[in-house]
Design a binder for this molecule. Structure first.
Ligand code: ADP
Ligand code: ZN
Ligand code: ZN
Length: 743
């Protein structure tokens, strides 16, 4: 097959790296002006302001400037000598940051994002900063300070308590809180005598337990091969295709070990709160000089982690998508784990993909970037085949063979009266329980029952804001909308025909848990889904408890499929393994294959052999059959064949134009105008729509889609830019999404 693909990422990236940055230093006594970038009505504007002599304005700082009667916050993007001009320049009123919050690299990166995703430069810069810094002007950034004690003069202790405290203080300063555990009285006495004193010390919020160190493992042949092929001092993207359990984490850690002598490492994971084990493994290997960035941290914690990075106090950053903007100044390697994960793409403006940003940064720092996955995205694998990425492979597990997978046809099982568990799954669960081995059960639906209808007239209980069926949640006894969180009571009478004959169908994890407890009364059962993990440490607790063998069965949504390593799990059961095929999206087969592969990968990771049972209604579908056979290449080829016929990526690029608003007819009107404009100007591209989105109404906002399938970004770009600018400040919201996750 002749590979003729269009690499969107590379195209714009290369043209963008040619920008030259001007470094201007202020000379004493000279009048200087600064170019300040501000956003006015969602449009970038740059204005010049005089720099007052007492302000140390630097490029990359934020400042406040007068604009008409308002004061605006803006970014300093250039500093230059004053030159007389026709109009009078105003002065910058206030400096927000003492030190630049954006360095040269991030300033340039913002331009790339703005161009690539059609967002304002201002919003690109805002995206790179932690929330605590993004806050509006009068918000005082909260540096956490704690009272500490230090020794002022030498003193010979006169009792045991004094001796303990003085000994502690000889080594290092301690917090007052910690010291008080010895003796409050003694501390007060020593303070009064002037032997010790109190002072405020800045501390970071994330308190870190110190874990026992673990040394590196001796590598398998395959791991050695992979590591030897990665060149550390030049820019190059690698795709590491390694089956589940092949030891990718060990490869990442040993690569990092090699670079952190004089450089820094950045590791992205899909969602870090789901992978506390990975963070722990890293801390055991590298100690606590690691910054962690993810969405479950408080704003204060995020700010602290950001400052650790910015102050060069850590060498390793682990984080989810937005950590790709970590202000590391001397990167030696970037690693993106589970590169196929859809979480790397931001759904809202700016709609960037962390992999693109990673590529950009690796190129800037002239370092390698490693994209790892057991099931690379079809697009990434195609790039690797075409030589854009270097392909590295690990085909074997470290400890065991890949688990044996059985597909069960639920149509037949139901005929035999097995509605929830197939006969073989029941038998296997009992077998594992008897052997004291652990079991994971995946059902990718949360809640109790998933649809409630009237048996007499067919009425379905739907969300009034989104028009989709409500899910019943047993815990709070409410019908809940999973799109807008609308909640209401369960219906006992049909509102249309008054019948009491209401039928509740469809099973979520809550119901599955109940069924498991009924069927296997001896088992200790744990559930992990969005509903059981709302509190901060909940993920970690569930994972640790299961790891410590406090439970026999872990039930969960796709949350449990990702990156977990439980050596005692020997059976994975998937309930409704093909449900995701019903999602009308061109990636649904790929997502199904990835999910099944990933969750299967949780079985038999330790010394015990694992097995997997997948229950499905269409067990003959290629994504299931090939997942059963652990046949990634087979899946890739099959999928590519269909993508070609259907003109999907990587044969075509996709651009999704989303038109949304609360007035449906205005949305339709504007959608029609946009598609007419596109059809007038583009002829080789395939333009589809406008059509209502898959969920046409969410929270009373209507959504319409226009899809463009195209080859040449340069050709369509000016028209999309025009549309973007035209609707930048309109009531009907128009969002343009290049390479969208879902269409
Ligand atoms: P992957 O990320 O590829 O799914 P992991 O990195 O989680 O796989 O590794 C799977 C298991 O193998 C882990 O328990 C890990 O500690 C172990 N492991 C990895 N490399 C080695 C090695 N070289 N020697 C011994 N055990 C290893
Ligand atoms: Zn009815
Ligand atoms: Zn809703």
């Amino acid at each position: 097959m002749l590979l003729k693909f269009y690499f969107f990422n590379y195209e714009i990236m290369n043209s963008y790296l040619t920008n030259i940055y001007l470094d201007v230093k202020i000379k004493v006594g000279e009048m200087m002006i600064a170019d300040i970038l501000v956003e006015i009505k969602k449009i970038d504007k740059t204005f010049s302001y005089l720099i007052p002599e007492n302000l140390n304005i630097q490029i990359g700082c934020r400042c406040l400037v007068p604009f008409g009667k308002q004061t605006l916050e803006g970014f300093v993007i250039n500093i230059k000598k004053y030159q007389p001009c026709d109009y009078e320049l105003k002065e910058i009123s206030e400096l927000v940051d003492e030190k630049p919050v954006l360095n040269k690299e991030l300033l340039e990166l913002g331009k790339y994002i703005s161009k690539k995703t059609l967002c304002t430069l201002t919003s690109a810069y805002q995206t790179m900063l932690p929330t605590a810094l993004k806050a509006k002007k009068n918000f005082k950034i909260n540096v956490k300070k704690v009272l500490f004690l230090r020794k002022v003069k030498d003193y010979s202790p006169t009792n045991e308590n004094e001796e303990i405290i003085m000994n502690l203080l000889d080594n290092h300063d301690i917090s007052l809180k910690e010291a008080k555990q010895t003796s409050q009285y003694t501390i007060d006495k020593l303070l009064k005598k002037g032997i010790i004193e109190k002072y405020y010390k800045e501390v970071y919020r994330l308190n870190e337990e110190v874990l026992e160190k673990e040394t590196s493992k001796s590598l398998t042949e395959e791991q050695k091969q992979v590591i030897s092929k990665i060149k550390l001092n030049e820019f190059k993207p690698y795709l590491l295709h390694g089956v589940t359990g092949s030891g990718k984490t060990e490869v990442y850690m040993q690569l990092i070990q090699k670079v952190i002598n004089n450089k820094q490492a950045l590791i992205l994971v899909p969602e870090i709160s789901l992978t506390p084990q990975l963070v722990e493994t890293f801390k055991k290997r590298f100690g606590n000089d690691i910054a962690i960035l993810h969405s479950h941290l408080s704003n204060g914690e995020k700010y602290d982690e950001w400052r650790k990075i910015e102050r060069n106090e850590v060498k390793i950053v682990i984080g989810a998508r937005s950590a790709v903007f970590a202000p590391l100044s001397n990167l030696g390697i970037i690693i993106i784990d589970e590169e196929h994960s859809s979480t790397y793409k931001q759904e809202n403006n700016p709609r960037y993909n962390a992999i693109d940003i990673g590529l950009y940064r690796a190129k800037w720092h002239q370092c390698p970037i490693v994209l790892g996955s057991a099931t690379p995205s079809v697009e990434s694998y195609t790039r690797a085949k075409a030589g854009v990425y270097e392909l590295l492979e690990m085909k074997r597990r470290v400890n065991q063979n890949l688990p044996n997978v059985t597909l069960v046809d639920m149509k037949k099982e139901i005929k035999n009266g097995n509605f929830i568990f197939a006969k073989i799954l029941k038998e296997k669960i009992n077998e594992k329980l008897n052997n004291n081995e652990q079991i994971i059960l995946l059902l990718n639906r949360r809640g109790y029952t998933t649809i409630s209808t009237c048996n007499d007239c067919g009425f379905t209980h739907k969300c009034p804001n989104c028009d989709i069926p409500l899910t019943y949640h047993l815990k709070n006894k409410k019908m809940v909308c999973h799109y807008c969180n609308y909640e209401t009571n369960k219906l006992y009478n049909c509102p249309v025909c008054k019948s009491k004959n209401i039928n509740e169908r469809g099973m979520g994890t809550e119901k599955l848990e109940e069924e498991v407890i009924k069927e296997f009364p001896m088992a200790k059962v744990l559930r992990m889904d969005v509903d059981t993990t709302r509190t901060k440490q909940a993920h970690k607790k569930i994972i640790t408890d299961f790891e410590n063998l406090k439970y026999n069965i872990l039930i969960g949504t796709q949350m449990i499929a990702k990156g977990l390593d439980f050596p005692n799990v020997t059976l994975v059961g998937v309930i409704n393994g093909d449900a995701s095929l019903n999602i009308p999206d061109f990636r649904s087969a790929e997502r199904t294959f990835q999910l099944l592969n990933q969750v299967s990968g949780r079985a038999g990771r330790g010394m015990l052999k694992g097995e997997v049972i997948i229950q499905a209604f269409n067990p003959d579908h290629y994504s299931l059959v090939l997942a059963k056979n652990h046949d990634y290449i087979g899946f890739y080829n099959e999928e590519m064949h269909l993508r070609k016929i259907l003109k999907y990526p990587p044969f075509y690029n996709l651009c999704l134009i989303k038109i949304s608003g609360s007035d449906i007819s205005k949305c339709e009107n504007e959608s029609n105008k946009i598609i007419t404009y596109l059809r007038q100007n583009l002829d080789e591209e395939i333009i589809l729509g406008p059509s209502p989105a898959i969920i046409p109404k969410i929270n009373n906002v209507y959504h319409f889609h226009i899809i463009i399938k195209y080859k040449d970004t340069k050709k369509i770009y000016p028209y999309l830019q025009f549309i973007n600018d035209k609707y930048s400040n309109s009531k009907v919201i128009v969002g343009i999404d290049f390479n969208p996750n879902k269409i």
